[in-house]
Design a protein around this ligand. Structure first.
Ligand code: AMP
Ligand code: MG
Length: 409
């Protein structure tokens, strides 16, 4: 993304870098069972404590053959059957073979496994159609990972594959970074909770529920004090309390220059607050601050702006605070199915649906109206259409950069 932005604005990239530089990873840890550890952040690097596979074993259902019987000229005698979970226990001699199932340990002395389908059994004799290469269908001890080799790095989020790898190493519990505590603050006299009917001029509070869903997907512990009125004393009181409880506070709304926007004034009285104009659409005003006990992320009030700035701006810093490492999601080039309106000035993260046409080429459709309060531009979308700051209107058929949604979207 280009860093050239109109004066007074910072680029998305610059904003992310400033936030990353300002936050520090949590250091407190806790030890959890594997069942509790999904999506948690590994606190320390781990080394393999076992070879994987644990022993040479068969990759196929078939017959384990002695080195002298691989050429297929002899018809070795079938002396045993070894199922997964069993062991032959003796050394295989020339002229002997064993029927063996996938995952069963290959007996000492065996040099290859031949697939059942490539053989013919006549009484207790095994006939091979052709010679079998040495080593065939044997999964060697330690071919996946050797004892002492790096297993997982500190900071790795434990997804299904990581949990599986830990289990395969016999590891039953794991030390992870303690959960990040994030307080979510919705401000505004116009907000009522879903479930109650809005009076004249009122709207349902959508941001608190939406941002909570995103944070829960990140494995964050959410502290939710409910909607806070546009009342300076109430705000001050609540923010002071949350600052003592949480590692981060995320507010939405109340940071522009509107009459009732007390958030900014209260925050300025509590700590060191920066209000940045980020060259991002949706979502220009973005506040960031350091309070005595927590970091403050002030998102815009409009719901699309709030979710997009959480994802595009605050996420790298939140992941760093969690003890993890944020990586920029991969992008691709796709053909536009629809024309797009775009004013030069700010990088635009329009919402789209990425598909593949009948030739297998990527094509992206707009989700329609892209206003910063139009939440249906996000529902059903599976990607951002990322338009650089200087870009103007686009025609259907032009190529654009597409960034598929990644968690927590
Ligand atoms: P503000 O920055 O407080 O002036 O808010 C900008 C716009 O976002 C206004 O239309 C607000 O009504 C709206 N808004 C602020 N907070 C929320 C919220 N929690 N849920 C839905 N809309 C909101
Ligand atoms: Mg407001």
């Amino acid at each position: 993304m280009s860093c050239d932005t109109p004066s007074g604005m910072i680029s998305v990239q610059q904003c992310r870098e400033r936030l990353l530089a300002a936050v520090a990873p949590l250091t407190a840890t806790e030890t959890l069972t594997l069942e509790q550890a999904t999506d948690r952040i590994l606190a320390d690097s781990l080394a393999a404590r076992l070879d994987l596979p644990l022993e040479d074993n068969s990759a196929m259902d078939g017959y384990a053959l002695h080195a002298e019987d691989l050429d297929g000229r002899n018809a070795p005698e079938i002396v045993a059957t070894v199922l997964a979970g069993q062991s032959f226990g003796e050394r295989l001699e020339a002229g002997q073979c064993v029927r063996i199932m996938t995952g069963a340990p290959v007996p000492a002395g065996a040099e290859a496994v031949v697939m059942q389908e490539r053989t013919r059994v006549d009484g207790n004799r095994l006939h091979l159609g052709e010679a079998v290469p040495a080593g065939n269908n044997i999964r060697r001890r330690g071919e996946d990972i050797r004892t002492g080799a790096p297993l997982l790095p500190a900071g790795r989020r434990l997804g299904p594959a990581e949990i599986g790898l830990l289990a395969s190493q016999g590891i039953a519990s794991v030390t992870v970074v303690r959960r990040l505590k994030v307080a979510l603050v919705s401000t505004g006299d116009e907000l009522v909770a879903p479930g109650s009917s809005p009076g004249p001029g009122q709207i349902h509070d959508s941001n608190r529920y939406m941002l909570r869903a995103a944070l829960e997907r990140l494995g964050v512990e959410v502290i939710d004090p409910g909607v806070i009125r546009d009342d300076r004393a109430e705000l001050e009181h609540t923010l002071e309390r949350l600052d003592r409880q949480a590692d981060a506070i995320i507010t939405s709304g109340g940071v522009s220059v509107g009459e009732a926007d007390h958030v900014r004034a209260v925050l300025e009285s509590l700590g060191e607050i920066h209000l940045w104009k980020v060259a991002i659409k949706p979502g220009k005003p973005f506040a960031f601050g350091r309070l005595p006990g927590s970091m403050l992320f002030g998102l815009p009030g409009n719901p699309v702006s709030a979710l997009v700035t959480l994802y595009q701006l605050a996420l790298p810093a939140l992941v760093r605070m969690q003890g993890g490492q944020w990586k920029a999601p991969p992008t691709l080039r796709a053909r536009l199915a629809d024309p797009l309106r775009k004013k030069p000035g700010r990088a635009d993260y329009q919402r789209g649906v990425l598909e593949y046409d009948d030739k297998g080429e990527p094509v992206v459709h707009s989700t329609g109206g892209q206003g910063s309060a139009i939440l249906t531009s996000l529902t059903g979308a599976n990607c951002f259409i990322v338009l650089p700051a200087e870009q103007g209107d686009l025609q259907a058929g032009e190529f654009v950069t597409v960034e598929p949604f990644a968690p927590p979207l």
